[in-house]
Write a protein that binds this ligand. Sequence first.
Ligand code: CAO
Length: 241
Amino acid sequence: LIPWPKVDFAKFGPVERKERPRIKKISAANLHRNWVMIPHVTNHDDADITELEAFRVQMNKENEKAGIKLTMLGFLMKACVAALKKFPDFNSSLDGEELVLKSYYHIGFAADTPNGLMVPVIKDADKKGVVQIAQETAELAKKAREGKLSPAEMSGATFTISSLGGIGGRYFTPIINAPEVAILGVCKSQTEPVWDGKQFQPRLMLPLSLSWDHRVIDGASAARFNAYLGQILADFRRVLL
Ligand code: CAO
């Protein structure tokens, strides 16, 4: 590689120099290694969450007094666990020439904090309900923002979800959190006209972006993973099957 450009920025206008937070420096090194060492590919898809969102809103209305709030991220975690069970390669890691397939489902989620990006982990997401997952993500995200996450709360993830749904955007290419082999990026859902074979119907569509390690996973499996995830999100009864 040719050297990084060295520029005297002050020559062109006023500048300010800032020390970068420790978390940002650590995540920058990790992200760089992951981006350079993992052959990433990203598949984009949309999931019809019209019924799921209506159910979520209805449940939150019914449980308002109890202070229970179901989040889209909680449903996404459960849907991902179901997809990881169906496609075990996505819940694996490379170890030299071997693939390590994990029988536990610990789901990391990207949390935006003033000091940078942190990835707390929901342990055993397969054994927890959406209510418990929503409570735990809220607690962990709060701890992350306060800089109080312990190393144990940030380790052991088998798959990660990065949700920008509360912020906006359509699709993006999330960077895999090594030694995991895939990550799901989620953006903001919006109502779109969807052709039902006879006419356009207004449907709430959730943009999904799945990045995967091409050494372990191929495009056909990734397309199947996204399609399956889409089916579950469109009809959540499928997680029971
Ligand atoms: N589409 C549309 N709206 C969505 C949505 C989606 N996919 N996901 C969440 N929302 C809405 C919710 O309905 C909620 O609205 P109300 O307050 O009106 O109910 C609002 O956004 C907040 O949602 P939430 O409480 O469930 O929290 P969240 O899902 O936005 O996020 C967390 C929690 C921790 C993921 C978030 O705080 C965060 O840090 N996001 C950034 C992650 C990130 O930086 N990723 C990039 C990593 S790569 O650099």
